[in-house]
Design a protein around this ligand. Sequence first.
Ligand code: NAD
Length: 330
Amino acid sequence: KKLGIALVGLGGYAGGQLAPALQKTNNCYLAGIVTGTPQKAVDWAKKYNIPQKNIYNYQNFDTIAHNPDIDIVYVVLPVFLHKEYTIRAAKAGKHVICEKPMALNAHDCQDMIAACKKAKRMLSIGYRLHFEPHTMEVMRLGQKQVFGKITGMDNGNGFVYNGDPNAWRLKKAMAGGGGLMDMGIYAIQGARYTTGMEPVAVKATQEKNRPDFFKEVDETVFWELKFPNGLHTKGKSSYNNNWGYLKAQAERGSFELDPAYGYGPILGKTSKGPIDFPQIVQQAAQMDDFANCVATGKPTRVPGEEGLKDMRVVDAIYRSLVTGKWEKIG
Ligand code: NAD
């Protein structure tokens, strides 16, 4: 049986990527929606053939508990709402996928993990790249030390934000931060999944070229991560630069992805030649894997703990931007 997914928050990512990907999944399907906009309920019901009984708003959301069509709730809301809707979904007895960045801070991530554990529901973060073949190859090259130990990394992710100046992404209370929260999380992930290690400390600096636009949130942030074996890696995030690469130097060679973090294509090469794998619909692979985990009880490779680890790094970067010093992670 295909498991039913309900998308919560029908914005750009849910409408542009997740709903189309759910037309290509094998283990799950778009069974329901949660929206505050009555016209979206009408449009989505028609477009995706969603029955009226599987359409919720933010007031009656908790009654989803009584709906056997919905196995998984996928939280695709602005960051400040991730915690509330993840916890409400778990309390309603649903397994949860929550979008990145997992929450406003690591403390909230811990509350979300605890709530899902208490409700005996699985929690996953929308880290689609863990299912992307070129990215999985980079994990293998780094973690299995195919070119020897990693001696350096440089990871950057960002785009030139020219959208609505009133958007939630530019409000600290709603987004938690700017380019670092939204884009930097991928560069942090890149360092963690390539090395297979957890960084222990970080030092960061920032730059603002458009202070009037990025009044409340960070624009461009640069950081250096320190790993337990002494390795230092570089990272950067931006709302004012188009970046999207992962570069690793190892004892006997190097490898890189560029573009590394988008919806695709993901392109890569090593010092020996191209990294060549099929391009896939990442979100379909990600949701199919989670549905399979729910059905079989197998742990997901991107659990809440994975989001928490990244948010510990993000929190430490923000601390370092204030103190100007190395900050411990955790
Ligand atoms: P968006 O602004 O396009 O959509 C957010 C939706 O939430 C809108 O439909 C909005 O109406 C709704 N919403 C409900 N209550 C709200 C409230 N109180 N205030 C504001 N909006 C409210 O944003 P998006 O780009 O779809 O991002 C949503 C989440 O998905 C974010 O966490 C983002 O980081 C994540 N995302 C992930 C990826 C990925 O590749 N994994 C890509 C894009 C976005």
